[in-house]
Design a protein around this ligand. Structure first.
Ligand SMILES: Nc1ncnc2c1ncn2[C@@H]1O[C@H](COP(=O)(O)OP(=O)(O)OP(=O)(O)O)[C@@H](O)[C@H]1O
Length: 312
């Protein structure tokens, strides 16, 4: 668990992060969004103390993050940035092994970890381990950057616009891979992006920053149904594509197992209409019936928000 408690960063008397308090549950993906200069990167970097706060505290599993030296903390927390920051004169294997080497792991353990991560990121070790970064595509470099950040098996991974430099198709694949790997390794991920579609697709919870303040912290569905400010509304409005997607798919395509209270919706109803129904009735789920009236499961607000945001 990451507890951010009244954290503030001032430069020359101006608060660029202003008294932010939020708790991040373990094994979840939290996405920080907001306009340029709203303090997203500064907030992220105070978690691993690349930036020292002016006031407040951050606790990791109950321990103040100032209870150990900054370099030690940064070895324990994975960090991946846009442009991946790979060492150009080190091979892919050496890049991934950076932190395990610093931690003094034995060679066998390091080699096994490098192979495991390359396989996980669908990079054949026989082909890629000995290559240098300039011999990889942008998408491959980005995967190695994330693999390197995960090499020391951190419980927490911080990511700052990790997919910003990728074209949309590779970006969608990178996002899908990240979710798979997060579920497998159960890492707690905090990711900064300015892309609302990306936020909706990846996030368990979204933190919206505006001029240094945390204006809303909630699930994607909460942001859609209950935007805290006009700014949040505008941010969501800027991402209309999700609602267009919902118009072209049916409730039947979004069915989840389980039951829900309320009047069943027909499986052929568009997801957009089901969303309206959910919002109007104030429910977070409705049962779904097949053409013959048989109940086949339920459609949830959370599920629709997630489907709407997935890349096509
Ligand atoms: N070292 C610094 N000294 C002075 N001001 C800084 C410093 N670092 C950041 N700032 C200022 O703090 C504010 C927040 O910056 P930050 O990088 O956290 O924003 P951001 O939301 O991540 O922006 P972007 O989306 O453009 O990366 C900006 O106005 C920036 O100019």
């Amino acid at each position: 668990m990451i507890e951010i408690d009244g954290i503030t960063k001032r430069y020359d008397g101006t608060a660029v992060v202003d008294n932010v308090t939020m708790t991040i549950a373990p094994r979840t993906v939290t996405v920080i969004v907001g306009t340029s200069g709203s303090g997203k990167t500064t907030l992220l970097r105070m978690i691993n103390r690349l930036v020292e706060p002016s006031a407040g505290a951050i606790r990791l599993d109950g321990d103040d993050n100032r209870s150990m030296p900054g370099y030690e903390l940064r070895r324990r927390i994975g960090y991946a940035i846009q442009g991946h920051g790979l060492f150009p004169h080190r091979t892919v294997a050496q890049n991934i092994a950076t932190v395990p080497v610093l931690l003094g792991w034995d060679k066998g353990r390091i080699d096994a970890k490098v192979r495991e991560l390359l396989a996980l990121f669908q990079l054949d070790p026989a082909i890629f381990a000995a290559r240098f970064p300039h011999e990889l595509s942008g998408g491959q470099q980005q995967r190695v950057g994330v693999a390197r950040a995960l090499a020391a098996e951190p419980k927490v991974l911080l990511m700052d616009e990790p997919f910003g430099a990728l074209d949309p198709i590779i970006r969608a694949k990178a996002q899908a891979d990240l979710l798979d790997i997060q579920r497998l390794l159960k890492t707690t991920i905090v990711l900064v992006t300015h892309d609302m579609d990306e936020a909706f697709h990846l996030a368990d919870k979204i933190a919206v920053m505006d001029k240094g303040e945390l204006v809303q912290y909630g699930t994607p569905a909460e942001l859609v149904t209950n935007p805290a400010t006009e700014f949040v509304q505008t941010l969501i409005g800027a991402s209309e594509r999700p609602f267009r997607l919902l118009s072209i798919e049916t409730a039947g395509q979004a069915v989840e197992p389980g039951t829900a209270d309320g009047q069943p919706v027909d499986a052929a109803t568009s997801q957009r209409d089901v969303l309206s129904e959910l919002l109007w009735t104030g429910r977070d789920a409705l049962p779904v019936a097949a053409a013959d009236g048989t109940l086949i499961g339920k459609v949830t607000l959370e599920g629709l928000a997630r489907r709407a945001a997935r890349p096509q």
